[in-house]
Write a protein of this length. Structure first.
Length: 404
């Protein structure tokens, strides 16, 4: 698929494949996809291929014959009827990205990003991360036989994610600071040639992430939902979903674009404040804090792109408290049997809040994207469940302990 790297803000074309921002204005980079090759295709042509990220290769800016893949994508789209009834909407589907190879949606972007690194002949890749990006990058780097360096904010990464990065062989560095500090450091390492940067500021990462939107529409047999709700950390997913929908609408594959709705944690909500003010830009949050570690980000690199997606689709943005996130996490698990990490549950918490506030109509058909597996943050799960019952080893003692 032919493509051009352009600045999202000043629209200048960028020739250097290693830069992480526009050399002219410092803006965020994006991929402009040439859809001429895809124009002769029809949905049925794609459906002859196995479901997953590379089913949509005609829309990806990397040669599929060189794909570094762990069979990512193809995740379940659950029809959550009981939860829809509780929320008060016509229908609710949950796109469960925790079923990806490393347990989060990051694998969609990483298969494309690492494949691009291999195309460029890179030997070492790296990222800053609150956990999921590092776990994913480490796995794909191992698959591609690349060196891998990940920088994590000290004390701010859930054990399940840290374990994965270490297990797959990454060199893990704990930074005395938050995610934004770690990102600043890894960007400098990329600029001096130490590594190839694979945070979502790399424009090839969102190209893989956009396949979650393709897949949702595909799984719904091209019956486009009214609204897609996503948790927001670095905000790459929102702009990626928007781009996917715009591409398919331009080909006539869909006739409308869902309202894209972003949910941030109350302690890390710079885009929500910008949205409420009707602004195209945002003021970073200096000290983001939330139990939802995957979205504990105060200066989202794709923030401006995400705001554009919200406005263009007549979507919405709001924030939810940590208590609401944890309540939604338990509700999803105990109503539908779907286990997600706290950040993922922000989309569910946001749904309930926006229905209550009248933003989401009862007749809407909604898809909530849940981005990571419950085992990503086991300590938080255990800490917010009922305590383990203690009992002697007899049926009578067990009945007494649990009160039945």
């Amino acid at each position: 698929m032919a493509h051009i790297i352009k600045c999202f803000e000043c629209h200048a074309e960028v020739d250097d494949p290693y830069v992480d921002s526009c050399p002219r204005c410092g803006g965020v980079l994006a991929i402009e996809t040439d859809l001429d090759e895809a124009a002769s295709l029809r949905p049925k042509d794609l459906r002859r291929r196995p479901i997953g990220v590379w089913r949509y290769a005609p829309f990806l800016p990397v040669d599929a014959s060189h794909a570094v893949s762990l069979l990512e994508g193809g995740t379940p789209l659950y029809d959550c009827r009981a939860l829809a009834k509780k929320a008060g909407v016509r229908s609710l589907h949950v796109k469960y990205e925790g079923a990806n190879p490393t347990g989060s949606f990051k694998d969609r972007g990483m298969t494309v990003g690492v494949s691009r690194a291999v195309e460029l002949g890179c030997r070492t890749v790296g990222c800053a991360s609150t956990g999921n990006t590092s776990a994913s990058l480490a796995a794909y780097a191992a698959k591609a036989s690349l060196g891998c360096v990940v920088l994590l904010p000290s004390g701010k990464v859930a054990a399940g994610k840290l374990a994965q990065a270490m297990f797959y062989g990454a060199k893990v560095v704990s930074i005395d600071g938050n995610f934004d500090d770690a990102l600043n450091v890894v960007r400098q390492l990329a600029r001096d040639g130490t590594l190839y940067l694979l945070n979502s500021i790399n424009p090839f990462r969102p190209e893989g992430q956009k396949t979650v939107a393709f897949e949702i529409v595909d799984q719904l047999d091209f019956d486009v939902p009214d609204r897609i709700i996503l948790p927001v950390g670095n905000a790459g997913n929102i702009s990626a979903v928007h781009k996917a929908m715009v591409e398919w609408k331009s080909l006539g594959w869909i006739d409308r674009i869902p309202k894209i709705t972003g949910i941030q944690a109350a302690g890390a909500a710079p885009l929500v404040r910008a949205f409420r003010a009707g602004s195209d830009d945002f003021v970073p949050e200096g000290h983001p804090e939330t139990v939802a570690t995957a979205i504990r980000i105060g200066n989202p690199v794709s923030g401006k792109k995400a705001l554009r997606a919200l406005y263009d689709t007549k979507g919405f943005a709001t924030d939810v408290t940590d208590d609401a996130i944890l309540d939604a996490q338990r509700l999803l698990g105990r109503t539908e049997g779907v286990g997600v990490e706290p950040a993922s549950a922000a989309s569910i918490a946001g749904l309930f809040k926006l229905v209550e506030e009248g933003v989401i109509d009862s007749d809407e058909r909604v898809v909530c994207i849940c981005t990571g597996n419950v085992l990503k943050d086991p300590d938080t799960v255990i800490g917010n469940c009922e305590p383990i019952f203690e009992s002697k080893a007899s049926a009578e003692a067990v009945r007494k302990a649990i009160g039945i």
